[in-house]
Design a protein around this ligand. Structure first.
Ligand code: HEC
Ligand code: HEC
Length: 217
């Protein structure tokens, strides 16, 4: 390779790296604002000190069974907290935690975590089984493509559609627990039971493949 070719290679590698970095950083203030909803992220930051002990200062937890909240939709976070309060979703720790805050506080806390840069994985975990289910589903077994609701790369459908949570870049063990619970019916708080239907016929190896894939996105 001569020197000019060499320089071109260096240039191309640099451009590729910069583009990859920009893809993570490129969230416009408008997009983030829609995700935050009506709460006050500044007040929420102070209110969420207790939560940060488990969910991380910016909503990136260090424990694989504790979900990341960074860049999750505020309205989704708020819905889950209300579901924990009323008992339509149950978890030993979270059912107790959710009763320590009132509705105004939970809206602000949700806004704080939503205002953070979106969670993302390490790019590992790519596999054909999961990719196929994620992008195409399996109509014969009544499994719709995950992407149709959870959006490209599992990062959500659109900035203003908070029904469908961000699942790309979420922790593997947490995802596995949720999919197993949707399948068994232990978790049943999705609108019209949609996630119970989606997960009903997933096999254990498919859940392993999907959670590998999703946690890497
Ligand atoms: C002692 C650790 C701990 C503390 C403190 C804690 N959480 Fe959690 N949180 C968890 C665990 C574990 C889960 C997973 C529950 C499950 O598996 O269903 C969870 C789940 C959640 C979820 C559901 C996320 C999703 O993707 O569906 C939300 C929202 C949440 N917590 C918010 C909070 C808020 C707000 C606080 C503070 C008031 C808080 N948590 C305090 C451990 C904790
Ligand atoms: C028809 C729409 C739809 C499809 C298709 C769908 N989901 Fe969901 N999913 C939802 C909704 C809605 C929720 C939020 C439920 C709630 O409000 O508690 C959800 C929640 C989840 C959660 C829990 C996230 C969390 O933070 O706790 C996981 C994991 C999940 N979906 C995985 C999948 C996978 C994997 C697929 C494909 C096999 C899939 N979903 C297909 C609508 C869908």
């Amino acid at each position: 390779m001569n020197r000019i070719q060499n320089n071109i290679v260096v240039y191309l590698v640099t451009v590729t790296l910069l583009t990859a970095t920009a893809a993570f950083a490129a969230e416009s203030p408008d997009v983030i604002k829609q995700r935050i909803g009506t709460g006050n992220p500044v007040a929420g930051k102070t209110r969420s000190e207790l939560c940060q002990g488990c969910h991380g200062e910016v909503g990136l937890s260090l424990e694989d069974l504790i979900p990341n909240l960074a860049g999750q939709y505020a309205n989704y976070i708020a819905k889950q907290l209300r579901n924990f309060q009323t008992g339509s979703r149950t978890h030993q720790i979270m059912s107790a935690m959710a009763t320590t805050i009132n509705d105004a506080q939970l809206i602000d806390i949700a806004a704080y975590f939503a205002s953070q840069p979106k969670m993302h994985g390490n790019g590992k975990g790519d596999n054909a089984v999961a990719k196929n289910l994620f992008l195409k589903g399996d109509a014969k077994r009544g499994i719709p493509p995950c992407m149709s609701c959870h959006g490209e790369n599992g990062k959500g459908k659109a900035p203003n559609i908070a029904t469908y949570p961000v699942i790309g870049g979420q922790h593997k063990s947490y995802l596995r627990a949720q999919l197993t619970h949707w399948r068994s019916g232990e978790r049943s708080n999705s609108p019209d039971g949609v996630m119970n239907k989606v997960a009903k016929s997933l096999t254990d190896p498919e859940i392993e493949a999907l959670t590998d894939y999703l946690s890497g996105l």
